[in-house]
Design a protein around this ligand. Structure first.
Ligand SMILES: Cc1cn([C@H]2C[C@H](O)[C@@H](COP(=O)(O)OP(=O)(O)O[C@H]3O[C@@H](C)C(=O)[C@@H](O)[C@H]3O)O2)c(=O)[nH]c1=O
Length: 181
């Protein structure tokens, strides 16, 4: 696996190193030992899938409140998304900054998102399937969000206004209005 740190310290883009032959290829997508060597937590306790029928669908920006903050590893098994993280670590030099990367079934890239980040994505195609691995179990009631169009964040969503967005994501607070972990 190739690890590339993003502009937001601690968050990494991971690329596979395929062993190719006439059948196709084999590649490791996660390894707790290798992750630890890069300062990442690879001890995932849950995995979930998100299916999105329509291009332009937006989910986010989400995080879990303390003490349930989670590290996440995100990848796409069908279609393509623009995946976004926002640094919400109080005292961080990058607080309030965002980073985005295209994750697709074709490029096999993954985004490692440490605790202290809000996360969201916009689908770039119809029928996108997104896989998440998390280091902390889902805690009903601890989910928090920041509005996708917070002017202070100024995220350049590639498809513009969401073609679809969940009811819970329509009226989220801005980062400045949020109670942070
Ligand atoms: C996130 C989550 C939700 N659920 C349930 C709660 C709810 O009834 C239903 C749908 O949940 P949501 O509407 O919150 O799903 P969604 O809006 O897709 O939430 C996800 O958004 C992206 C951006 C993330 O980063 C994820 O961590 C997660 O927050 O699934 C679980 O059972 N386990 C989970 O881990």
């Amino acid at each position: 696996m190739k690890f590339t740190e993003t502009s937001l310290a601690g968050a990494c883009v991971l690329e596979i190193e395929p062993h190719a032959d006439e059948r196709g290829f084999f590649a490791r997508t996660a390894c707790s030992t290798t992750f630890a060597e890069h300062g990442l937590n690879g001890n995932f306790v849950q995995q979930s899938v998100s299916f999105n029928a329509h291009r332009g669908t937006l989910r986010g920006l989400h995080f879990q409140a303390a003490p349930h903050e989670e590290d996440k590893l995100v990848r796409v098994t069908q279609g393509a998304i623009f995946d976004v993280i926002v640094d919400i670590r109080q005292g961080s030099a990058c607080f309030g900054q965002w980073f985005g990367v295209e994750l697709s079934a074709r490029n096999h890239k993954q985004l490692y998102i440490p605790k202290g980040f809000a996360h969201g994505f916009q689908t770039l195609e119809d029928n996108c399937e997104v896989l998440y691995a998390m280091t902390v179990p889902f805690q009903p009631g601890s989910g928090r969000g920041i509005r996708w169009d917070d002017p202070a964040l100024n995220i350049a969503w590639p498809m513009g206004n969401p073609a679809m967005i969940g009811a819970n994501d329509r009226d989220l607070p801005t980062l400045a209005e949020c109670q942070l972990p």
